[in-house]
Design a protein around this ligand. Structure first.
Ligand SMILES: *[C@@H]1O[C@H](CO)[C@@H](O)[C@H](O)[C@H]1NC(C)=O
Ligand SMILES: *[C@@H]1O[C@H](CO)[C@@H](O)[C@H](O)[C@H]1NC(C)=O
Ligand SMILES: *[C@@H]1O[C@H](CO)[C@@H](O)[C@H](O)[C@H]1NC(C)=O
Ligand SMILES: *[C@@H]1O[C@H](CO)[C@@H](O)[C@H](O)[C@H]1NC(C)=O
Ligand SMILES: *[C@@H]1O[C@H](CO)[C@@H](O)[C@H](O)[C@H]1NC(C)=O
Ligand SMILES: *[C@@H]1O[C@H](CO)[C@@H](O)[C@H](O)[C@H]1NC(C)=O
Ligand SMILES: *[C@@H]1O[C@H](CO)[C@@H](O)[C@H](O)[C@H]1NC(C)=O
Ligand SMILES: *[C@@H]1O[C@H](CO)[C@@H](O)[C@H](O)[C@H]1NC(C)=O
Ligand SMILES: *[C@@H]1O[C@H](CO)[C@@H](O)[C@H](O)[C@H]1NC(C)=O
Ligand SMILES: *[C@@H]1O[C@H](CO)[C@@H](O)[C@H](O)[C@H]1NC(C)=O
Ligand SMILES: *[C@@H]1O[C@H](CO)[C@@H](O)[C@H](O)[C@H]1NC(C)=O
Ligand SMILES: *[C@@H]1O[C@H](CO)[C@@H](O)[C@H](O)[C@H]1NC(C)=O
Length: 653
């Protein structure tokens, strides 16, 4: 018996139930859809572990495999090295269809994406359940070795059945999943004598917030005289496979723009404060029925936040704003709340304000037809609570221009982040790409509009509000190429620096009480870009105070002790303290606080706990597949991936 190590990182997905010993199947490399007959009917050695190239990762093929799942041990998708030109989205055509504002009761004509199917390419694969594990592999030498094992041992020549020994593959991915959230949460509450473990966790993370004027976070509820403009973007994304969620357009284009706008506004909002406060809000978990925004609205409604909804003047949300060479942005608004003349007046003012912010820039802003509802957006959760004036800025008029919505292809390549050849990583970090130049313009427009929206009226200040393309390009690099770069290293605390990675950030939302990597990165960036450095000791900084006697500052500021840079002739970093108004606020669906696990109002997504994910290939000498051969302990056969524990998302209803 020979063994071949599989050393790739496996990207897992969905598992409803799997045996602890893993799933074993005879390898079958699917060459065409017609070739499925072998897997589903004719092949004499089921179950099969099906390897397919991304061109065959279609709804049609996957639905056939799902139907014939008794003969399928698992599916491995080989990811291509470049994006498919025709587009691919495993999401639904109507994202967050039932959790936005457009319900039957709000306006039946606008419900269910009746007017615009936002994501026409969506094939819904991410929302199907499969009875077998699925993984993706990069198309590299190891994957070639797996395919070669198939061609050497299992390939059918002239219709004759292949003979033992056959090449087989085993995938381990134990999931503790139970049928749905309600069942799972009930089970979590009971102590089993044999299995005391939690079996699933609510999806949830933290929103990142900062305000241009400090808010007293100890003092919750309405603040008399306070009026805030919320500037929002979403922080998360997903794809079919859990640990690849590059979200370049769906998340990063918007939140990087908002970070750059916040930076551009630092001086203007410190020197002569405009009358209204700008609250920057980066929402987590929006992909899964607006977890983050629904939580903030809930907290505002329930005196769990230093402001309430009466304090909210208006909302400016930045959505997918990658320009791909276009020079137009679309300002989306809600036709229903605009039927109220006072709301409409404020919305028109806001649009004029955005439009004049674009004067002398190469971008123009347009409004979609008046009868079109808002695209999927966090703002919808505010509108569910009350008619607040607001806009959502996007790069599309009707359907998304994003061909890769919530897929592994929504990446740096899609945003046209290209670098001249032969640059060192350090040179790439600083190279200003065209994508960065375009987003810088968007950020300038947003920043100027926010200044005016907050009541700022100094024309000289206004003119000086300009986003910095250097910052934008560095952020795009840090999130979409690699977070382990010299800039990010300087602005994070040393205990977080070890988590920086030489790969794109995964924007998949965390589970309960987990701070995901993007949440923390945005927190540190926002502090650096909007805060100030203070010359205080590490001890005071980490204890949230200016000096030993200071008991007040912690209510309104947060302090972070970050690594800093090493001076030119030293290897020792000079750490320092950053004071800012940056806060994290819970992005956990209120459904779990309310124990309403079948809620129609709030997200109820949970994720199964799972153990390590590994895989190996080996030759089987005879028909022993039902009793998997145990790996020899000495053989280096596998490697685990995961740092967090997602998987099977079980949704109720
Ligand atoms: C949208 O909904 C309205 C009212 O329910 C209905 O009359 C109309 O036919 C629908 N339009 C589409 C395109 O489905
Ligand atoms: C893949 O195989 C080729 C040819 O055998 C070899 O040149 C190359 O270095 C290998 N790549 C890796 C990453 O092992
Ligand atoms: C398969 O069949 C064809 C035609 O009958 C024959 O030419 C070829 O040699 C066969 N190949 C093998 C490997 O038996
Ligand atoms: C469940 O078990 C843990 C420790 O195993 C214990 O701390 C906890 O109180 C138990 N909960 C209930 C509801 O029995
Ligand atoms: C913040 O609010 C708390 C609770 O009301 C109060 O004790 C504290 O003095 C306030 N701090 C500041 C700086 O306003
Ligand atoms: C803010 O002001 C400082 C000095 O007053 C200046 O050096 C800096 O460039 C300004 N920043 C921005 C983003 O305009
Ligand atoms: C319009 O909205 C405002 C603010 O929400 C509200 O006070 C007013 O009553 C509404 N007017 C109508 C006609 O509904
Ligand atoms: C912005 O202004 C231009 C011309 O000044 C106009 O054509 C365009 O329609 C305006 N856009 C919006 C969204 O009002
Ligand atoms: C802002 O505040 C100043 C001083 O309190 C006041 O004079 C001005 O009218 C206010 N501006 C707006 C737009 O409310
Ligand atoms: C932000 O980070 C840079 C290092 O890249 C540092 O020079 C600057 O002082 C930092 N600013 C704040 C407010 O933390
Ligand atoms: C920081 O504070 C220390 C002690 O008060 C002082 O010696 C030092 O010069 C200050 N550094 C700066 C850059 O102001
Ligand atoms: C660092 O090097 C420069 C010249 O390269 C020198 O002037 C300076 O004194 C050095 N600083 C330290 C702390 O050694």
């Amino acid at each position: 018996m020979s063994w071949t190590a599989v050393t790739q990182i496996f990207h897992s997905l969905f598992r409803v139930s799997a045996s602890l010993s893993g799933d074993v199947g005879v390898l079958h490399v699917l060459e065409s859809e017609a070739n499925l007959d072998w897997v589903l009917q004719n092949g004499p050695n089921p179950p099969y572990m099906v390897i397919l190239d991304s061109t065959l990762f279609t709804r049609s093929v996957m639905m056939k495999l799902k139907t014939g799942s008794s003969r399928v041990a698992g599916v491995v998708v080989v990811a291509p090295s470049s994006n498919p030109a025709e587009g691919f989205s495993p999401h639904t055509t109507c994202p967050n269809e039932n959790s936005g504002v457009y319900s039957e009761s709000y306006d039946p004509a606008l419900a269910h994406c009746n007017v615009t199917k936002w994501n026409p390419l969506g094939n819904g694969l991410s929302y199907e359940e499969y009875d077998f594990p699925m993984f993706s592999l990069k198309d590299d030498n190891d994957t070639q070795a797996i395919k070669q094992c198939y061609y050497d041992h299992n390939h059918v020549v002239n219709g004759s059945s292949p003979r033992y020994p056959l090449c087989a593959m085993q995938l381990y991915s134990h999931m503790s999943a139970v049928t749905d959230t309600a069942t799972c949460m009930r089970r979590n509450g009971i102590n089993f004598s044999l299995n005391p473990e939690t079996v699933c966790d609510p999806l949830g993370d933290f929103n990142v917030l900062a305000s241009t004027r400090p808010l007293n976070y100890t003092d919750k509820g309405h603040k008399t005289g306070e009026s805030v403009v919320i500037a929002a973007a979403r922080l998360d994304s997903r794809s079919f496979f859990f640990d690849i969620a590059p979200g370049a357009e769906s998340a990063a284009s918007g939140f990087v723009t908002l970070l750059a706008a916040a930076h551009a506004l630092r001086n203007a909002t410190q020197d002569a404060q405009p009358n209204r406060t700008i609250l920057y809000a980066f929402f987590q978990g929006e992909t899964f029925d607006y977890i983050g925004s629904s939580r903030l609205v809930y907290d505002m409604d329930n005196k769990q936040f230093p402001l309430d909804l009466d304090n909210v003047h208006s909302v400016v949300e930045i959505g997918q704003v990658g320009l791909h060479g276009e020079s137009k942005l679309w300002v989306h608004t809600d036709p229903v709340s605009r039927r109220n003349s006072s709301v409409n007046e404020e919305v028109e003012k806001l649009i004029r304000n955005l439009n004049s912010s674009a004067l002398n820039l190469s971008l123009s802003l347009q409004e979609p037809s008046f009868s079109q509802p808002l695209p999927p957006s966090s703002f919808q959760r505010f509108l569910r609570a009350r008619p607040i004036p607001g806009v959502v800025i996007q790069n599309h008029n009707s359907s998304f221009t994003n061909k890769y919505y919530e897929s592994m292809y929504d990446n740096a390549e899609y945003l046209n982040m290209s670098y001249p050849p032969n640059l060192t990583p350090e040179e790439q970090l600083e190279y200003v790409t065209d994508a960065a130049k375009a987003l810088t313009e968007v950020a300038t427009i947003v920043a100027r509009a926010l200044y005016t929206q907050a009541g700022g009226s100094d024309p000289i200040q206004l003119k000086n509000i300009n986003a910095d393309s250097q910052m934008v390009t560095q952020m795009l690099y840090g999130f979409l190429v690699k977070s382990n770069n010299s800039w990010f290293q300087q602005i994070v605390p040393s205990d977080f620096a070890i988590h920086l990675r030489d790969r794109p950030t995964n924007f998949y939302v965390g589970v309960t009480q987990q701070h995901s990597e993007p949440t923390l990165l945005v927190q540190y960036l926002l502090a650096n870009l909007t805060g100030t450095t203070v010359n205080i000791t590490q001890d005071n900084c980490q204890n949230q105070r200016e000096d030993e006697d200071d008991k007040e500052s912690k209510h309104i500021y947060s302090y972070m002790w970050v690594q800093g840079a090493a001076p030119p002739n030293s290897t020792e970093r000079v750490a320092f303290c950053v004071r800012s108004t940056v806060r994290l606020s819970k992005a956990l669906s209120p459904a779990f606080d309310l124990e309403e696990y079948t809620s129609k109002d709030y997200s109820t997504w949970t994720e199964s706990r799972w153990k390590s994910i590994k895989g190996r290939i080996f030759l089987v000498a005879s028909h022993e597949l039902e009793r998997p051969i145990r790996p020899k302990p000495t053989t280096p056969v596998s490697r685990t991936t995961a740092t967090k524990e997602p998987n099977n998302r079980n949704k109720t209803g």
